[in-house]
Design a protein. Structure first.
Length: 284
């Protein structure tokens, strides 16, 4: 299995400058989902989530899974690994090109430090222009989100001996900030895709060609879904172009729009028992 270059779904639809929203690392709600590829052709999801407050040495932290404690101070993010008493510098989003970031001795590593080689930017679903830091060891950080590989916590700078991980999604509450689609080519020359919610079985599901019809399109206050297969709808979710969830219903083929939505393009995610389909719709 050969891993292809990830293609980011809808990430660059917005090209405007930051609208003033904060790019700080989350300190209340946040969830990161990684797709981990192991050399024996096994793919696994790994998820990290902020799950509550904790006070340590007079400082306020957030608990992140069973990994440890995390806190922010301006552009810096600090981390106390589970079972340790030592606070480590996890990220510094104030770095500039040429700056050095030292790797803490908590974990053995071939690198004592890494260097910022390039900084560019992306606009995420929340309309925020975020810096992307590219380092000398091949790792990248996204401002206010963290690493795009490995683990959001230490040791993010490792490429595991058993494989590697790529960031698929980052959300705060019900709002997606980043959503990615990662493709893999199998030994049988078949390309399969993975998104935030799991396996997308083929390219047709990405490009609107599927055994599912949605009408009316353009829509106003109601959407209906009709399947041309025996699969039942498990959930319908409607997103605006900023990936904000604006409508949702479970186990129903009809979605009533209760919010006063602005005219424009919307994304309908249709989940069945075994697949996920995506439809692009227009609100009139």
């Amino acid at each position: 299995m050969n891993k292809n270059i990830p293609c980011i779904w809808m990430l660059c639809l917005l090209s405007s400058l930051s609208n003033g929203q904060s790019t700080a690392f989350p300190n209340e709600t946040g969830e990161w989902t990684f797709l981990c590829y192991e050399w024996d052709d096994i793919l696994n999801y790994d998820s990290y989530e902020l799950s509550g407050d904790s006070l340590y040495n007079g400082l306020q932290y957030q608990i992140i899974n069973s990994e440890g404690l995390i806190r922010t101070d301006s552009d810096e993010v600090f981390f106390i690994p589970s079972g340790s008493l030592n606070e480590l510098l996890l990220y510094d989003f104030g770095l500039v090109v040429g700056d050095t970031f030292f790797i803490d001795e908590y974990h053995q590593n071939d690198y004592d430090y890494i260097i910022v080689e390039q900084i560019d930017s992306i606009t995420t679903f929340d309309g925020v222009l975020r810096k992307v830091f590219h380092f000398s060891d091949g790792n990248s950080w996204i401002e206010g989100i963290g690493t795009s590989k490995g683990s959001v916590t230490f040791p993010w700078y490792f490429v595991s001996l058993s494989g590697e991980c790529n960031l698929l999604c980052f959300s705060t509450g019900e709002e997606y900030i980043l959503r990615d689609t990662i493709s893999f080519e199998t030994d049988y020359y078949e390309t399969i895709y993975y998104s935030c919610n799991g396996l997308i079985t083929n390219t047709k599901e990405i490009f609107d060609e599927s055994p599912i019809e949605v009408f009316p399109n353009p829509f106003s206050t109601e959407l209906r879904v009709q399947t041309n297969s025996n699969e039942e709808i498990s959930r319908l979710m409607l997103y605006d172009i900023h990936a904000r969830l604006v409508g949702s219903v479970k186990q129903d083929e009809q979605l009533r729009i209760e919010k006063d939505l602005a005219p424009g393009i919307y994304i309908l995610e249709i989940r069945t028992d075994s697949q996920t389909f995506i439809k692009r719709l227009i609100k009139n």
